[in-house]
Design a protein around this ligand. Structure first.
Ligand code: NAD
Length: 373
């Protein structure tokens, strides 16, 4: 092994069942904003964590929608400024955690998210507000990435924003928070984590450290996702799934993702698929073509995961998805043959698609989509 590489994941990770109630230990200041979604507010999760913050003034912003919009970011930022937040906590799935990242910056950077993102020309200055991310889905790994994904309603597109200020100071990871996930969300978010791991592994910019993390995460997901799907309160399966999601997040935080994520953006914004579904629907097809650029590495992965070869891995993953009632053909999302050209074009517009270990152009991407129509 003589390749040069750099690796940096600066977030402090705190892991364990029940640990979310100790999040106050990581906060110096007095004013805390907890950003979450309507479900987590209504079922009492947000308040249960806020109530443990003795001596702090806790405010709640609980309007985050899936695939969060820039408008929601600006509303949450207005509240963070009003309460002079010393600490912003993103509690939820990727949507709430992503919003918390930019809001923690907007407390000390004036203006709107649109000034810094989607054509905005301003640069975010150094963040001074503490940022804590607490995942409640086992999927995105956003708690350990410097990425936020936002929907620009003005342009009708969903786009990632990468910024060094977005690394959370603390990732507080508590499997108990995922016991309430319905089976369909367990499946789609868990397969999102699978995509992160495998995209880090086959990535043209893969790193040895991340390969090993990715292999471990993939094995954990295959061993636990169906158990968590079938039995939502299986403590061990839930703990293993949120650990796998964390590890997969660390892996792709260094490499970025590939074609799966590039094609997921139009499938979410234009066909309403959840993020995890939009990613995993192309996963078996991408596994099949990944051998093109990574024949030995993918064969080794397939064997490590207990499959005879890459084709068998692709079939096994698809069978797992079917067993969790996940869509595996694009027409199940309402996609028609006449839509494929457009999806191809939008996918090719995302630079990460070229990190896929196979030729990605109008012809090959169209053919991949057609094969799973
Ligand atoms: P989400 O945050 O959009 O939540 C999906 C649904 O699950 C919501 O209705 C929410 O209320 C519900 N939910 C969340 N936790 C729950 C719980 N414990 N019990 C019951 N219901 C619960 O979903 P997600 O898949 O976690 O996040 C997707 C978003 O994250 C997308 O916008 C995606 O682009 C982004 N993302 C970001 C990164 C990153 O590195 N920043 C990585 C991957 C995905």
């Amino acid at each position: 092994m003589d390749n040069q590489f750099t690796y940096c994941m600066p977030t402090k990770v705190c892991f364990g069942a029940g640990i979310a109630k100790k999040a106050a230990d990581y906060i110096d200041g007095e004013n805390v904003l907890i950003i979450s979604d309507p479900f987590l507010y209504q079922n009492g999760t947000a308040q249960a964590i806020g109530d443990c913050m003795t001596g702090k003034k806790v405010a709640y912003f609980s309007e985050i929608e899936p695939n969060p919009s820039c408008e929601s970011v600006d509303k949450a930022a207005a509240l963070a400024r009003e309460i002079k937040a010393d600490c912003v906590i993103g509690l939820g799935g990727g949507s709430s955690m992503d919003v918390s990242k930019i809001v923690s910056c907007l407390t000390t950077n004036d203006g709107s998210i649109y000034d810094y993102y989607a054509g905005g020309t301003r640069t975010l200055g150094k963040r001074t507000t503490t940022l804590i991310c607490i995942p409640t889905t086992a999927g995105t790994g956003s708690e350990v990435t410097n990425v936020g994904v936002f929907t620009n309603k003005k342009a009708g597109i969903k786009m990632p924003m990468v910024n060094q200020q977005f690394w959370p100071d603390y990732a507080v990871i508590d499997g108990e928070l995922t016991y309430t996930l319905p089976p369909a969300v367990t499946a789609s978010t868990g397969m999102d984590a699978f995509c992160h791991a495998i995209e880090a592994y086959w990535n043209k910019e893969s790193l040895p450290i991340c390969d090993m993390l990715a292999m471990g995460a993939l094995k954990l997901i295959l061993a636990n996702i169906k158990k968590a799907y079938d039995c939502p309160t299986d403590k061990e399966a839930r703990g293993n799934m949120i650990l796998a999601s964390l590890i997969a997040g660390i892996a792709f935080s260094q490499t970025r993702t590939t074609g799966i994520h590039a094609l997921s953006f139009p499938l979410t914004t234009e066909f309403g698929a959840s993020h995890g579904t939009a990613c995993s629907i192309t996963l078996p097809a991408f596994i099949k073509i990944s051998s093109e650029g990574r024949p030995e590495k993918m064969a080794e992965l397939a064997r490590y995961l207990g499959f005879e070869d890459v084709q068998a891995l692709a079939e096994g993953v698809e069978a797992l998805m079917v067993s969790m009632k996940m869509p595996v053909r694009l027409h199940e999302l309402g996609v028609k043959e006449s839509d494929l050209e457009h999806i191809t074009k939008v996918g090719l517009g995302a630079a990460i698609i070229q990190l896929t270990p196979a030729v990605m152009n109008e012809e090959t991407v169209y053919a991949l989509l057609k094969s799973i129509l």
